[in-house]
Design a binder for this molecule. Structure first.
Ligand code: TZP
Ligand code: MG
Length: 214
C-alpha cells in the first residue's frame, strides 16, 4: 500500500481512559477530522475479548480508514486492514511472507516500530508501509527500556527513512509544534488525547490542519 501522508494516527488505550474502546473509535470517526489510521492496542485483553471487540470496531469503521491491529498478525488478518509489529512480535519478514506472498494481500498494511536508526535502516530494505519511530520523548503510557530519541533522533530517523514515519512517544501540547516542524509523515500521541473520562481532540485539530487533512 502506498501511503503518502498519515497525519494524526490514533491508538486505542483502555488503560489510561475509562472511555470504552468502541466510544473512542466512534468519537474519532465522527469528529470528521480525516483520521486515516486507527490502531487497536489493548495489551491487557485476551484474544477472544479482542476478537469480539474488533468485529464491533470494524463494523463502524468508514471504508477509507484503516484499522490496524497491534502485535497480533492472526487477529489482524482476520478482522483488520493491517498490523503493527515491534521487536517482541512475529518477525516482520514472516508477516510479509504470510500476508503478501502467501495470501497475496497487497493492500494489507504492515507497520513496524523503530526505536533507533539501525532499525530504520533495516526496515528501509523491507516492503513495510510505515515506521513508528520513538519514543521521541519520555512516556508514561508504555514501559520502555530504550532511551528517548529526542527531536534530534527523530530528525536523523526522518533523514534516512525510506518509508513514511509516524513520530510517537511523549508528544504533548508543549512539544507538538517542534515535532510538527520536523515534518514526520504522521504523529501519534495517546495521553495527549485520551484523558481519564474524556477524549480531547483539540491538538488533533491542529495536527490535521498542518497536514491539510481531511
Ligand atoms: N510506542 C512507543 S511510545 C508509545 C508507544 C505505543 C506510547 C505513546 O503514548 P503517549 O501517551 O503518547 O506517550
Ligand atoms: Mg508489539
Amino acid at each position: 500500500m502506498k501511503i503518502d501522508k498519515i497525519g494524526y494516527y490514533f491508538i486505542t488505550d483502555s488503560v489510561i481512559t475509562n472511555v470504552p474502546v468502541i466510544e473512542q473509535v466512534e468519537k474519532i470517526v465522527e469528529s470528521c477530522l480525516g483520521v486515516r489510521f486507527i490502531q487497536y492496542r489493548e495489551k491487557r485483553k485476551s484474544a477472544s475479548e479482542m476478537a469480539k471487540e474488533l468485529k464491533e470496531v470494524k463494523s463502524i469503521m468508514p471504508k477509507d480508514v484503516a484499522l490496524i491491529m497491534n502485535d497480533r498478525l492472526d487477529l489482524a488478518l482476520t478482522y483488520c486492514d493491517g498490523v503493527h509489529l515491534g521487536d517482541d512480535d512475529i518477525p516482520v519478514e514472516n508477516a510479509i511472507e504470510i500476508a503478501r506472498n502467501k495470501l497475496e494481500w497487497d493492500e494489507f498494511v504492515i507497520g513496524c516500530s523503530a526505536t533507533n536508526i539501525d532499525t530504520v535502516r533495516k526496515l528501509n530494505n523491507l516492503p513495510v508501509d510505515y515506521i513508528g519511530f520513538g519514543p521521541v520523548y519520555r512516556t508514561a503510557t508504555k514501559k520502555v527500556t530504550v532511551p528517548e530519541t529526542g527531536l534530534t533522533g527523530l530528525k536523523a530517523g526522518l533523514a534516512i527513512a525510506q518509508h513514511p514515519v509516524v513520530a510517537i512517544g511523549g508528544i504533548n501540547q508543549d512539544n507538538l509544534m517542534s515535532v510538527l516542524a520536523a515534518k514526520p509523515q504522521g504523529i501519534s500521541a495517546i495521553s495527549m488525547v485520551l484523558k481519564k473520562d474524556s477524549i480531547d481532540l483539540e491538538q488533533v485539530k491542529i495536527i490535521q490542519k498542518e497536514y491539510g487533512l481531511p
